[in-house]
Design a protein around this ligand. Structure first.
Ligand code: NI
Length: 229
């Protein structure tokens, strides 16, 4: 399941990120990738551990932590500190691959995170570049994703995916992985749908309506049943 989360970043945050990225050092993107993925990967990243990366990570994490839609869709237990990439010129694509299921958390004492969900936060506007679609092989077929700057797409860590070659301009993005409190994509989807409908009901019939209270209880009881915190 793919979930689009619109306007995760404010215009001001986006401008700050773009300014930092414009002055950041860039390195071969293969440094953070497994051996099989590395053969398909041809892009650049801001080096992990650089001062720029830390600043960029703070801005993105602040935005994610404030987003109720991100929380409801991902039910995050932990988020791997976001990374930043660009596709342009000769380093312009990332062929079909699957992300590593388990990732070491940089800067931790060997702590690991299970990558239940992959996230791509678009940082360039679609008209700034040609190509560069994120293509996710979903159960419904290949989904092609190219969103406005500041918008986020979440997709299951289990999906084969790629980034199409960028043939003009520069595609900038942040990418990260989420370990969810709810490991199953199917269960997370049910909870997300239920939360969307409950939000609508709260707005239309009110918070104290007996059915709203009852269904809110059911939501939390399902979360209690399925969540691993
Ligand atoms: Ni990937």
């Amino acid at each position: 399941m793919l979930i689009q989360v619109g306007q995760v970043l404010s215009a001001e945050e986006l401008a700050r990120l773009r300014k930092i990225l414009a002055a950041a050092p860039w390195a071969d993107g293969r440094s953070t990738t497994g051996a099989q993925s590395a053969q398909a990967k041809n892009n650049e990243q801001v080096p992990l551990g650089s001062a720029e990366t830390r600043l960029l990570q703070q801005i993105v994490m602040t935005a994610l932590n404030r987003s109720p839609v991100f929380f409801s869709a991902a039910l995050p237990k932990r988020v791997l500190p976001p990374m930043f990439n660009r596709y342009a010129g000769l380093t312009n694509a990332f062929g079909n691959h699957i992300d590593n299921a388990v990732r070491f958390i940089p800067g931790s004492q060997g702590e690991r995170l299970r990558s239940d969900i992959s996230g791509t936060l678009f940082l360039a506007e679609p008209d700034e570049y040609d190509g560069g679609e994120l293509v996710v092989e979903d159960t419904y077929g290949a989904q092609r994703v190219k969103l406005a700057a500041g918008d986020l797409v979440l997709y299951p860590g289990t999906s084969v995916h790629r980034v199409e070659p960028v043939t003009r301009g520069t595609r900038l993005a942040s990418f990260f992985w989420v370990e969810s409190m709810v490991r199953s994509d199917e269960q997370r989807r049910l909870l997300y749908d239920m939360d969307l409908h409950l939000t609508h009901l709260r707005e239309t019939v009110g918070e104290t309506d007996a059915a709203v209270v009852g269904l809110t209880g059911t939501y939390h009881n399902l979360l209690r049943l399925w969540a691993d915190v």
